[in-house]
Write a protein that binds this ligand. Structure first.
Ligand code: CP
Ligand code: NVA
Length: 305
């Protein structure tokens, strides 16, 4: 068990599966509105250098519904790395709080934050990865399918932080992970290599969405321009032509296919409105499961499971 949760593969397969099982138990308690308050008397500090809807609300609501108090620090409150050194924030916050979550640009900054903090640090997204999202995603797939056997995930779009999270998960849980992206928008090569060399999963990087989608259990997409890249959007829109997830693409997958998106989505850009609203879409279960997966991650990190 690590002190922090910075990458999903910081944890071994058994720990990941135990966390998913715990998320399931917490979700049932939450839905039944049971009086379950393991975080009573505790505080969670949440540092955001980027915007957020789900991450903020799911952490804040989740932590407080389990008895704790969560503090939101907006991009202008701290200006981490600008107004104050990361290693100073890490040690100051460790004196006040029980646990820390941060959403930052530079991945090295979350690593530095964790190194200097005495309390557990959770990665709430960096330019490189988004491990809480991927835990919620695999939990959602498990809920819908009942198992994770012979899983084919087709990711259509930009080789971004979500893809890196899938690749790192694929080095712990077996799957066939296929990423279809335009040339020049592939995921980080060392991360691809590492996933292949782990020898657990089959990894393919292709440039044809139809090839990727064939017989998929899950079709997943994300925005074409991530936070920090929004100025590239018009150019990317041209380069990503043909990568929109449509009903036609979905029809190439298994009849039981689930459509997934971490959200926020740009409807009629990376995915049609029709697909977002289709029976195959499990996007709101995914969003809900952020909260339960994160509560389970926090209980694990604080050895309260
Ligand atoms: N999926 C996700 O992390 O959403 P937010 O950017 O709204 O937090
Ligand atoms: N790739 C997106 C994910 C948002 C949750 C971004 O980084 O903006």
């Amino acid at each position: 068990m690590t002190k922090d949760f910075l990458h999903v593969d910081d944890w071994d397969k058994d720990t990941i599966l135990a966390t998913l099982y715990l998320a399931k138990k917490i979700k049932a308690k939450f839905r039944a509105r049971e009086n379950y308050q393991p975080f009573a008397g505790m505080t969670l500090a949440m540092i955001f250098a980027k915007p957020s809807a789900r991450t903020r609300v799911s952490f804040e609501t989740g932590f407080s519904r389990l008895g704790g108090h969560a503090l939101y620090l907006s991009p202008s409150d701290i200006e981490i790395g600008k107004r104050e050194a990361i290693k100073d924030i890490a040690r100051v916050f460790s004196r006040y709080n029980d646990i820390l979550m941060a959403r930052l640009f530079d991945h090295q900054h979350i690593i530095e934050l964790a190194r200097y903090a005495d309390i557990p640090v959770i990665n709430g997204l960096t330019d490189y990865n988004h491990p809480c999202q991927i835990m919620a995603d695999i939990f959602s797939i498990l809920e819908h399918r009942g198992n994770l056997d012979n899983l084919k995930i087709a990711y259509i779009g930009d080789g971004n932080n979500i893809v890196h999270s899938w690749l790192r998960l694929a080095s712990r849980l077996p799957m066939n992970f296929v990423c279809a992206c335009p040339e020049g928008y592939e995921p980080d090569q060392p991360t691809v290599k590492r996933a292949i060399e782990a020898g657990i999963s089959t990894i393919e990087i292709v440039h044809d969405p139809a090839v990727a989608s064939r017989d998929a259990d899950v079709i997943y997409t994300d925005v074409w321009a991530s936070m920090g890249q929004k100025h590239e959007f018009e150019e990317r829109k041209k380069r990503f032509r043909g990568f929109t997830v449509t009903e036609k693409l979905l029809s190439l997958a298994k009849p039981s296919v689930c459509f997934m998106h971490c959200l926020p989505a740009q409807r009629e850009v990376e995915v049609t409105d029709q697909v977002m609203e289709s029976k195959a879409s499990i996007i709101f279960d995914q969003a809900e499961n952020r909260m339960h997966a994160q509560n389970a991650i926090m209980l694990k990190l604080m050895k309260m499971d």
